[in-house]
Structures are given as structure tokens and as C-alpha cells.
Design a protein around this ligand. Structure first.
Ligand code: 5AD
Length: 347
């Protein structure tokens, strides 16, 4: 197919996702880049990612830090380590930080996050620029979400992982704790409280079809902005999904699907923030840059202390370098770095 054949309804999206003609894919990415620049400009906004803990009460069949993975050494950053990482991010003039970690419901952890959010506000102010604070800590009760919001967090990331309830059930244990309906409810709770709620999916998973991915894109449009982060699936050798031997698309196919999903989403939702996920970097050192050139406008440089970084192994081959020389990586006429800006989407 050619770009002029593309329609943004379900059938059109499926056709685009299934078309592997390199000329079409290149034209689609260029068009998405053009639409991005016209709507949100060339800026890429930076969110310093702090992976606070890999302890998790969930047991997702694809994830390396699932509760049942005894081979995963567990850690939790101290308050001091989190604040040092955030100070580094503030001094680098990243506008925001993301606190991400396994899902936990113990009171000590909940209180620690509340305390840290308040301290992070302070750090931003001391460094001359209030930090935007994003949390990504799984499903929590509405009260906990509200407590963290009142402490000063204003964005929350919670991927739906797949918008197809049947596929969701195939990649999660059926134990009552991993419910598609509960996850959706949590997403709507976040919105109701006033968070900028971001969601997303994994791309190129076992059992996933082009129709599933098209439906994911339409789900994002129904859910509304202001931000989406999605990235290619990668196997982790210690997980049931990998051990089951279920097949999934090749590296090349997942990379091109990942970029195509970004490009199609930019055409569907021209004004939102779209992250170029870390998992794009597995395929190429320019993975995220290609994401930016395909319509994404946010990246999340990892600022987790090095000793712990290696233990947040969601999947094998996760890039283990802290992102230091961003200027070098991102330097391009086609990208501008939005230093010192929160970079909220204007919808
Ligand atoms: N491959 C790619 N992404 C993964 N995540 C978890 N496990 C994997 C994997 N094996 C993603 C999930 C989660 C995010 C923090 O990491 O989408 O929401």
C-alpha cells in the first residue's frame, strides 16, 4: 500500500500494521514526524526515570520482576538514593522525574512515596526549577492515588498492556489479582482524581494480532490524552511466557511494528505526548531517536543508581547504561531538547 491509501479507521490501521513494504513504512514515519512538528514542535521532553524498587506483588507472565521470579535479586532505593537521583536530573535540567517500581501495597511503601513526592517538590525548587512528578507504581486504591496526588504528583503512568481482555488474560495469571476490569477502573480513578493519566501497551507479544494493535490505538483515542508510552515486547528467560515457547515476531518485525505504532498514534492523536520507550533501544543504539523521528516527543533517561539498575530486569537485553551524553545522542536538526520544561501536552 502507499500512504495515500491509508485510512485511520480500524481496517486502515490493520492494513498499515500488516504492510511491511519499507517504502510505505518510511513514508508513514516521515508523515508522522511532519504532523508532530506541526502540532507539538521539535522538542523532546525529558523525564528522569528512577526505578525505586523491583519488589512486586504481581506475577505477570511476561515480566522479569514478577513475584514468582526467585532468580531476581530484590532491592529498594533509600530516600537518599532517590533524592540524589532526582537532584542529578534537576541539575541536568530534565523538567520532570518518574518514580517507577513494582506494585506494592504495604503502608510503609505508600508513606515513603508520599514523603518522597513532597521532598522532590523541594529539590526542584532548590535547583531553580520545580520538577514535574510522575508516578508509575501500578494499581492502587483510589485513596492512595489521591494521597499521592495531594502530595504533589501530577502525572501517573499505568499501561493497560493490551486493550483486548482475552489477550490480557493470556499474559496474566488468573488468580483474582490480575484483572483487566480492575486495571481499567484504576485508569479511570486516576483521571477522576485529576492526574494526567498515561497508558500504553507492549507491542509484538505472543498471541497478539495486527487487529489487537489497531484496537489498542483506538482504545488510546477513546481513553483520551494526554500521554501514551508503548514499546516492543522482549522475552525474559525466567518468565512463564518465555518458557512456554509461544512464538512472537522477530526483532526486525517488532522494531518496525514499534515505530509504526508510534507513527499511527501521532496521526490519530496529533497533540498528545508520546514516549519513545526504552525497549526500542534494545534493537539499536538509535532506537529511541528513530522513535522521535517517527512521531514521539518524550524520552525517559534512566537516572537510577548504577548498582541497582541491573536488577530492574523487566526483560533480557535491557540497556544497562545510564543515559548520560544525551546531547550527543539526540543532536540532530530534527530534534530539539526541551531542557528545563515540564512539557505537559496542551490539548
Ligand atoms: N518486555 C517489554 N516490556 C515489558 N514490561 C514488562 N515486562 C516487559 C517485557 N518482557 C513493561 C510493561 C510495564 C512496563 C513498566 O514495563 O508494559 O508496564
Amino acid at each position: 500500500m502507499t500512504l495515500s491509501d491509508l485510512t485511520l479507521d480500524r481496517d486502515g490501521l490493520i492494513a498499515a500494521l500488516e504492510c511491511t513494504d519499507p517504502a510505505f513504512e518510511e513514508a508513514l514515519r516521515q508523515e508522522a514526524y511532519r504532523v508532530k512538528v506541526a502540532h507539538v514542535g521539535k522538542n523532546v521532553y525529558l523525564r528522569g526515570l528512577i526505578e525505586i524498587s523491583n519488589r512486586c506483588r504481581k506475577d505477570c507472565l511476561y515480566c522479569g520482576i514478577r513475584r514468582g521470579n526467585a532468580a531476581c535479586p530484590r532491592y529498594e532505593l533509600s530516600d537518599e538514593e532517590v533524592l540524589a537521583a532526582a537532584t542529578y536530573a534537576a541539575r541536568q535540567r530534565f523538567g520532570s522525574v518518574v518514580i517507577q517500581g513494582g506494585e506494592r501495597s504495604d503502608t510503609a511503601f505508600i508513606q515513603k512515596i508520599t514523603r518522597l513526592v513532597k521532598a522532590l517538590k523541594q529539590i526542584g525548587t532548590e535547583n531553580g526549577l520545580p520538577l514535574g512528578i510522575t508516578l508509575s507504581l501500578g494499581e492502587q486504591s483510589r485513596d492512595v492515588y489521591a494521597e499521592w496526588f495531594d502530595a504533589g504528583a501530577h502525572r501517573y503512568l499505568l499501561r493497560i498492556e493490551s486493550s483486548n481482555p482475552d489477550l490480557y488474560r493470556k499474559i496474566h495469571p488468573q488468580d483474582g489479582l490480575h484483572s483487566y476490569e480492575r486495571r481499567l477502573e484504576a485508569l479511570y480513578d486516576l483521571k477522576a482524581i485529576g492526574y494526567q493519566a498515561g497508558t500504553g501497551v507492549m507491542i509484538g507479544m505472543p498471541f497478539q494480532t495486527a487487529a489487537d494493535l489497531a484496537d489498542d490505538l483506538l482504545f488510546f483515542r477513546r481513553f483520551g490524552g494526554p500521554m501514551i508510552g508503548m514499546g516492543p515486547y522482549h522475552p525474559n528467560a525466567e518468565t512463564p511466557l518465555t518458557r512456554s515457547g509461544a512464538s512472537y515476531p522477530s526483532d526486525e518485525a517488532r522494531f518496525s511494528l514499534g515505530l509504526k505504532m508510534i507513527a499511527l498514534l501521532r496521526l490519530l492523536m496529533p497533540d498528545i505526548n508520546i514516549a519513545a520507550a526504552t525497549s526500542l533501544e534494545v534493537f539499536s543504539p538509535r532506537g529511541r531517536v528513530l522513535g522521535l523521528l517517527s512521531g514521539a516527543n518524550v524520552i525517559m533517561p534512566n537516572v537510577t543508581p548504577e548498582a541497582q539498575l541491573v536488577k530492574y530486569n523487566l526483560y533480557d537485553r535491557k540497556t544497562l547504561l545510564r543515559d548520560r551524553q544525551l546531547n550527543d545522542v539526540l543532536h540532530s536538526d530534527q530534534i530539539r531538547i526541551g531542557f528545563g520544561q515540564w512539557g505537559d501536552a496542551v490539548l
